[in-house]
Design a protein around this ligand. Structure first.
Ligand SMILES: CC(C)(COP(=O)(O)OP(=O)(O)OC[C@H]1O[C@@H](n2cnc3c(N)ncnc32)[C@H](O)[C@@H]1OP(=O)(O)O)[C@@H](O)C(=O)NCCC(=O)NCCS
Length: 191
């Protein structure tokens, strides 16, 4: 697939490039990434170069994973990253620590979800989300985007060392399931 740019009221989503390597390297030193993501740990500049120079373009071309840089303007500095993996159409994201708490990730994730379910990925009828149990910030983003929590038979997520951890799972459909918001009450409270 050819890379697709998306726009929201405050953000531009486009293909990340090698010019983003310094910021990717800096953001990926975050201890939250060690705890919640499968990005390499410790994270070296060579990891960013391999990711941006090879993995991202190859995965757009094959459709295996579609990855967008999140920016505040065209050609602006990288704020965060969001992707959809082909397997199960799973959404993943991270935001640079300095840019959190402004609703940017919820805005970006909504745009990606609507693009995927609106025909961006042919045949995609649902989008999956998983997070290590306890990742409340990620769960709040998923709730804001209209995901509904589900109880799968295997409620885990893979870790970077090949193990698994207990995880929360959710699914987004279009239109949004009327029960979606309420499904988060046990972990995020209500209404
Ligand atoms: C998850 C993450 C992307 C959220 O980014 P963000 O820019 O703060 O997201 P938003 O500003 O859109 O905030 C969304 C919601 O999370 C809440 N939130 C933000 N940081 C939070 C925190 N540390 N704890 C609890 N809630 C938090 C916001 O208040 C908001 O809640 P609301 O919609 O109910 O008002 C960011 O915290 C991050 O990069 N974490 C590390 C990587 C990660 O865990 N990725 C997800 C893996 S599944």
């Amino acid at each position: 697939m050819r890379p697709v740019d998306l726009r929201t009221p405050r953000l531009v989503l486009d293909e990340p490039t090698l010019a983003d390597a310094d910021l990717v390297t800096a953001y990926c030193q975050d201890p939250l990434f060690e705890r919640y993501l499968t990005t390499p740990w410790p994270y070296a500049r060579a990891d960013a170069e391999a990711f941006l120079g090879t993995y991202v373009p190859d995965s757009w071309a094959s459709g295996a994973e579609l990855t967008w840089a999140i920016r505040a303007s065209e050609g602006g500095a990288l704020l965060g990253m969001i992707s959809v993996r082909e397997a199960q159409h799973e959404l993943g994201y991270w935001m640079g620590a300095a840019h959190r708490g402004s609703g940017f990730m919820s805005e970006a994730a909504l745009a990606v979800a609507e693009w995927v379910l609106g025909g961006g990925i042919r045949g995609a009828r649902s989008l999956m989300w998983r997070a290590v149990e306890g990742n409340l910030a990620s769960a709040r983003v998923a709730r804001a985007v209209g995901f509904r929590r589900i109880e799968p038979t295997d409620p885990t997520v893979p870790t970077r060392d090949g193990g698994t951890l207990p995880a929360w799972h959710a699914v987004r459909t279009s239109p949004v399931d009327p029960e979606a918001h309420a499904s988060w009450a046990s972990i995020l409270g209500g209404p």
